[in-house]
Design a protein around this ligand. Structure first.
Ligand code: PMP
Ligand code: GLU
Length: 380
């Protein structure tokens, strides 16, 4: 009854695990949710007001498929000023979430039998979309002792390689790539004439290091497809608003998919996006400050239990090695069933994640402390 293509794609493991935790909550079980990557803060007031005003003044119709011009201009300006990209509004496509942008990118640039390089571990949906597009992921190892920076990329490039996926700050590791690493990836991309998909959705949630957009590096402008969105930085997950900036030929392909699938991002939501980019950034700084405090509490707590992990430089995830306790799958089950603590098993993010669990600290300090106590009780 279903297409053979569908068999190539798994259900999203992050969403599946989150649904399981919500089911338990509905049954009245007090689950501590360290699972989903979703800020627990409310969307800042001025963003809600801008979208509500737009809705009440009648911005409730279809918009151009690529997005409203004011938002595309605001995004292009942001990408030029903050990220050093040489882009313009006509290269920017507004999408219903960064996820849709990534899906469309994979579908529009990857061909049957081609290869896309993923750094292991990587967020779940890249692999799914690569397979769905008929291509193959090629996993490149990373070094957990060095911020999960990728190693030996050159060995994995073949004559079928079409794209390298870069996600810095990285979900699930929290790693933020050094400039030298990005330069090395850029050099490979240029030497082998490859595209780079740079997913920068966590760029604002960063503590110790600086975010660098690989598309701003010499020779990378036309071969980099930069994806970003509003979900994480502005606590706007449910709004479904993201964007992609790409060279004109790639942009045209993305627009074709968008115009035949979702038509556009939601009209009044796009006005909220303008307010997010052009209004005060104070709420972002406040959220990041709180995330940093939570990270410090979580990492110190895990280390004192005996679960060794370094402080990740970005995102709101800690990727912790639990090999000593039986590995990621086993520990995820034990934590959920015996401690009612929901985490994501590292194996969902690639083979090298099998010894790890991902803990999202997008929840209150009080719940983090409670969760640590429960983890300590069952694992020690
Ligand atoms: N990229 C990464 C790395 C993510 O973790 C997520 C999580 N939602 C997304 C993209 C998609 O974000 P959204 O569709 O909510 O904009
Ligand atoms: N990106 C978040 C996560 O990894 C949200 C779920 C998803 O879209 O995968 O948990």
């Amino acid at each position: 009854m279903v297409s053979t293509r569908l068999a190539r794609m798994q259900e999203s493991a992050t969403i599946k695990a989150a649904n399981k935790a919500s089911e338990m909550l509905k049954q009245g079980i007090d689950v501590i949710n360290f699972n989903l990557g979703e800020p627990d803060f409310d969307t800042p007031e001025h963003i809600c007001a801008a979208a509500a005003n737009a809705m009440y003044r009648g911005e409730t119709h279809y918009t151009p498929a690529a997005g409203i011009q004011e938002l595309r201009e605001a995004i292009a300006e942001k990408l030029r000023v903050e990220n050093g990209l040489e882009t313009k509004a006509s290269n920017v496509l507004v999408t219903p979430g960064a996820k849709q942008a990534i899906f469309s990118v994979m579908m529009s640039v990857l061909g049957d039998g081609e290869e896309a390089i993923l750094f292991d571990p990587a967020w779940v949906s890249y692999e799914a979309c690569i397979h769905f597009a008929g291509a193959e992921p090629v996993w490149v190892p990373t070094d957990p002792e060095n911020g999960f920076e990728p190693c030996d990329i050159g060995e994995y490039i073949t004559d079928r390689t079409r794209m390298i996926v870069v996600n810095s700050p990285c979900n699930p590791t929290g790693g933020v790539y050094n400039k030298q690493t990005l330069k090395c990836i850029a050099d490979y991309a240029i030497d082998h004439d490859l595209l780079v998909l740079s997913d920068e959705i966590y760029e604002k949630i960063i503590y110790e290091k600086q975010h660098i957009s690989i598309g701003s590096m010499d020779g990378m402008q036309d071969r980099t497809i930069t994806v970003n969105g509003f979900s994480k930085a502005y606590a706007m997950t449910g709004w479904r608003l993201g964007y992609v900036s790409a060279a004109p030929d790639i942009f045209k392909g993305l627009l074709k998919i968008q115009s035949n699938s979702v038509s556009s991002a939601t009209s009044f939501v796009q006005y909220g996006g303008i307010a997010a980019l052009e209004g005060t950034q104070q709420p972002v700084y406040d959220m990041v400050k709180e995330f940093r405090n939570r990270r410090d509490i979580l990492v110190a707590g895990l280390n004192s239990i005996g679960i060794k992990c370094h402080k990740p430089a970005g995102t709101f995830y800690v990727f912790a090695n639990v090999a000593e306790y039986g590995g990621g799958d086993k520990v995820t089950d034990i934590l959920l069933n015996e401690a009612h603590v929901s985490v994501t098993q590292g194996s969902s993010f690639g083979y090298s994640g099998r010894d790890f669990i991902r803990i999202s600290y997008a929840t209150s300090q009080q719940r983090i402390l409670e969760g640590l106590e429960r983890i300590g009780d069952v694992l020690s």
